[in-house]
Design a binder for this molecule. Structure first.
Ligand code: MG
Length: 367
């Protein structure tokens, strides 16, 4: 099988809650997502999706996905999409860095491999664990009272894991953590995700103020070293996210005992092939994981579901159903949340059929 064409659609994903806000006053109202198609000489087409969390979260931006596809695409025409490790080496040789550009192509090639073999991607990624996986709900940054008031509604949707967006004013963040923690019921889990927003002394101060609260602290500061310094001074279970973007830093963090859980995102690592490496390594090293992406619609959610459900249950801390945060559906067959959980499709590949009328015209074509 050979790749004959790579194309992309641009799709806007608004939010039911109109705005998603996190640390440092950052927010997004409409997500700019890129759906990537990889077409082959057999007529089979595989799909992937890449959606940065705006241009100010990771070193990634929406137009960069499309520009990168135009740059990288010509190097991949004629390559075999089933030889995924080799294809990733070809991508890395042709374009240094820019993992998010490669992510959509790699996901689409896993989708193709699934269609060619008749197997769902989760089975190809190592095997299906359990009937479904549990989801977390991100709580957009608002006042402590507003954030606490959201918990009951999310729990009514079945969520039992809540990721509180903090990383703002430390005193307000302390109030946010206490207010939301007061809403929790037995079995709920709470993560306070600062998304790099605190400086080191503020992070230590916030954590010490909520010393007796059952809460995980996620990525308090900008740098790995600052996070490690905080980690060593506080009692809470600790999650690293933004700093962990390749195997080198993952191994260093394990050696430093720098985290209890790591948040791995498909496009941050560069696709399913590379996140599978990191995921399998975490299982071998005994590290729990939140497995997700920066954002996305139905196709990104399908890829996340296959990754999450192919992970041994005890190592999967949580995962995300981004396709339930907004009203726009871009594919049939994507996982749907049921009682705060979702299941990867049992159909071949990702198990999705893109809605071409929603996706509109192709904005990138390389052939
Ligand atoms: Mg995070």
């Amino acid at each position: 099988m050979k790749i004959t064409r790579i194309f992309a659609h641009r799709v806007e994903l608004p939010l039911h809650e109109t705005t998603y806000k996190w640390s440092g006053g950052k927010s997004v109202t409409v997500f700019d997502s890129t759906v990537v198609g990889v077409e082959t000489d057999t007529g089979l087409v595989g799909y992937g999706e890449v959606c940065p969390l705006g241009p100010f979260y990771l070193p990634a931006y929406a137009d960069g996905v499309r520009a990168g596809l135009r740059e990288l695409g010509p190097h991949l025409i004629g390559e075999d999409p089933h030889q995924l490790t080799k294809l990733n080496r070809t991508m890395d040789a042709a374009l240094k860095g820019h993992p998010y550009v490669k992510s959509g192509i790699d996901i689409a090639c896993w989708d193709l491999l699934g269609h060619a073999t008749g197997l769902p991607v989760c089975e190809l990624l190592g095997g299906r664990y359990g009937a479904d996986v549990h989801l977390y709900r991100a709580i957009s940054q608002e006042s402590p009272e507003q954030m606490a008031a959201k918990v009951a509604g999310y729990r009514a949707e079945g969520y039992r894991r809540f990721q509180l967006k903090v990383g703002g004013n430390p005193d307000t963040d302390i109030a946010r953590i206490f207010a939301v923690a007061a809403q929790l019921q037995p079995g709920d889990r709470l993560v306070a995700d600062a998304n790099t927003g605190w400086v080191q002394h503020e992070a230590v101060r916030v954590a010490k103020a909520v010393r007796d609260v059952d809460v995980y602290i996620e990525q308090p500061c900008l740098t790995y070293e600052e996070c490690l310094a905080v980690r060593r001074q506080i009692p809470h279970p600790f999650v690293l996210d933004e700093n962990i973007d390749d195997l080198g830093i993952l191994l260093r963090a394990k050696a430093d005992l720098a985290m209890d859980v790591v948040n791995l995102k498909i496009s941050k690592l560069g696709g399913l092939t590379k996140i599978k490496q990191a995921r399998d390594l975490c299982v071998s090293m005994g590290i729990g994981m939140t497995l997700e992406d920066s954002w996305g619609g139905d196709i990104a959610t399908a890829a996340i579901a296959h990754l999450a459900q192919s992970t041994p249950t005890e190592f999967l801390f949580s995962t995300t159903d981004f396709n339930s945060y907004g009203p726009v559906s871009i594919a049939d067959g994507a996982p749907q949340r049921v009682n705060g959980r979702m299941a990867a499709s049992t159909a071949p590949g990702l198990g999705i059929i893109p809605k071409l009328d929603v996706l509109g015209k192709r904005v990138v074509v390389v052939e």
